[in-house]
Write a protein that binds this ligand. Structure first.
Ligand code: GLC
Length: 480
């Protein structure tokens, strides 16, 4: 039996701000359970919903010296779908309204978390053979492990992997601050270790010291070796190229299943979607106050409303996009400029645009089920999960060819009758608009072709199975 511990800042179903939580929460149960005991550790945020916190059981607690004070570290546990989740409790660090506050406080919070997570292991009696870290919040862990954390025998030989879900966020502050929070000696603060461009960089520490580095698609693994996508770390990525691999994300095929989904008006499958899927469109239109018309080409967007996701492209052609034969449905929150942009167009084209500026799991499922197409023109996209959900629900993705979008959506080819969606190469609003119009033309004028795209989309397999195998192979190779 190989013991693996995932350490991360969020995991479904307990706490989620983005795709990271989906991956950390849904991948562990997909490993071969006979041979891998995969557990998860995240902070016990006060903002985790009551119903989850109530179900946690107390494991143990201890006090840990951190930044000159003795700090409480509680450990709670929750079994969910056969996977053990551990929660690190400290209300002064994890008491905020949201998991991340932005800025200095997060750096201290997650430095504390890295220390507490490792210190908790001897206490809970689970000695991982390998710790699988995710994103900058856990970047110090591989460093501590290489340093033989607290010199104890317990930690000797524990391997580490770090997965980059988004290179944009690195946990950066001046060297003095990072050194103070991490409690690491001077030795670590040179440009070949935790220093980058004169600052301290927690993610860089993880990438330099982990035994292997992964990211969430092959294309993104290639892209981050170039300056445009590398966010200052492309040189390091090239240097670590031999230890860097791309393993594409999957989604939970039980949670996202149009044949059994209880959140949607009408279940359907790959055989009967021609007849049944449209009922979800009418239900969605009615719920959102759009004209109920099963024939209307309906485009969905479910996203964090940030620059990464390509909303400036959408903004610059919004009027052209909202022609009278289209309905556009948006769900999500984020940058105020985009929230207000969509609110404005909802007001301006009330019969064509519906802006839902909040987040709802239920409405997201209704959008995946009810729309014809799903738009994702990202500037960069390490993997992207929404396009996988859209494919699963036979909602045709329209994407920019970057990162995971490029690896998971096969562009429609009318001559060879191939493809599961539509895509464009350049980060250019006109190209995006042309691609949407082309999709719309196929939808209205080549309905049989459109339905065959849906056939292929629904037949594509992005469940976790294949990717979990690749992680297992990597664990085997590292643990030996
Ligand atoms: C981040 C990335 C997204 C990826 C997700 C899970 O949110 O932006 O592309 O799918 O992490 O790996």
């Amino acid at each position: 039996m190989k013991n693996i511990l995932f350490v991360a800042s969020e995991a479904v179903p307990f706490i989620k701000t983005g795709g990271l939580a989906d991956v950390v929460g849904s991948l562990p149960k997909c490993f071969d359970r006979e041979n891998y005991d995969v557990r998860v550790m995240i902070p016990k945020y006060l903002c985790i919903k009551e119903k989850w916190r109530e179900g946690m059981t107390y494991v143990n607690h201890f006090y840990m010296d951190y930044l000159g004070q003795s700090r409480y570290v509680g450990i709670m546990q929750y079994e969910y779908e056969g996977v053990t989740f551990y929660f690190i409790d400290n209300e002064s660090y994890f008491g905020g309204e949201k998991p991340y506050a932005g800025g200095l406080w997060d750096l201290e919070k997650f430095s504390f978390f890295c220390n507490a997570a490792l210190s908790a292991l001897p206490v809970i009696g689970f000695r991982p053979d390998l710790i699988h870290c995710h994103d900058w919040q856990t970047g110090l862990i591989p460093v501590y492990l290489k340093d033989g954390f607290q010199g104890g025998e317990f930690f000797r030989g524990i391997k580490s992997v770090i997965t980059i879900h988004n290179l944009k966020f690195q946990g950066v502050w001046d060297v003095k601050t990072i050194q103070n929070f991490s409690m690491l000696p001077d030795y670590y603060f040179t440009p070949d270790k935790l220093e980058a461009y004169k600052d301290g960089n927690m993610l860089k520490g993880g990438i330099v010291f982990a035994d292997a580095v992964t990211t969430v698609s092959q294309t993104y693994a290639d892209e981050i070796k170039t300056p445009f996508y590398g966010d200052g770390l492309d040189g390091l990525m090239r240097a670590r190229a031999n230890s860097l691999r791309g393993i594409v994300n999957g989604i939970d095929y039980d949670v996202f299943n149009p044949a059994t989904d209880t959140m949607i008006a009408q279940t359907y499958d790959a055989k009967n979607f021609r007849k049944e899927k449209g009922k979800n469109k009418k239900d969605l239109q009615a719920q959102l106050g759009l004209p109920v018309d099963e024939r209307k080409f309906t485009i969905g967007i479910v996203s964090r409303l940030t620059d990464q996701k390509g909303f400036d492209l959408i903004q610059s052609v919004m009027d052209e996009l909202c022609s009278d034969d289209v309905q556009l449905i948006v769900l999500g929150t984020g940058d105020e400029k985009y929230e207000n942009m969509f609110r404005h167009y909802d007001w301006k084209y009330h019969d064509r645009v519906s802006a839902q500026i909040y987040y709802s799991d239920e409405l997201s499922h209704k959008i995946y089920a009810g729309c014809d197409a799903f738009l994702m023109p990202s500037l960069f996209e390490p993997c992207g999960l929404s396009q996988l959900m859209a494919l699963r629900y036979g909602t045709v993705p329209i994407v920019r060819e970057t990162g995971g979008l490029k690896d998971t959506v096969e562009p429609y080819n009318e001559y060879e009758s191939k493809g599961t969606g539509f895509s464009f190469a350049n980060y250019n609003a006109q190209e995006m608009l042309d691609t949407v119009r082309y999709a719309k033309y196929v939808y209205y004028d080549k309905k049989r072709e459109w339905n065959k795209i849906i056939d292929r989309a629904m037949a594509a397999d992005f469940s976790w199975q294949a990717s979990a195998k690749k992680y297992q192979e990597m664990y085997d190779w590292l643990i030996g």
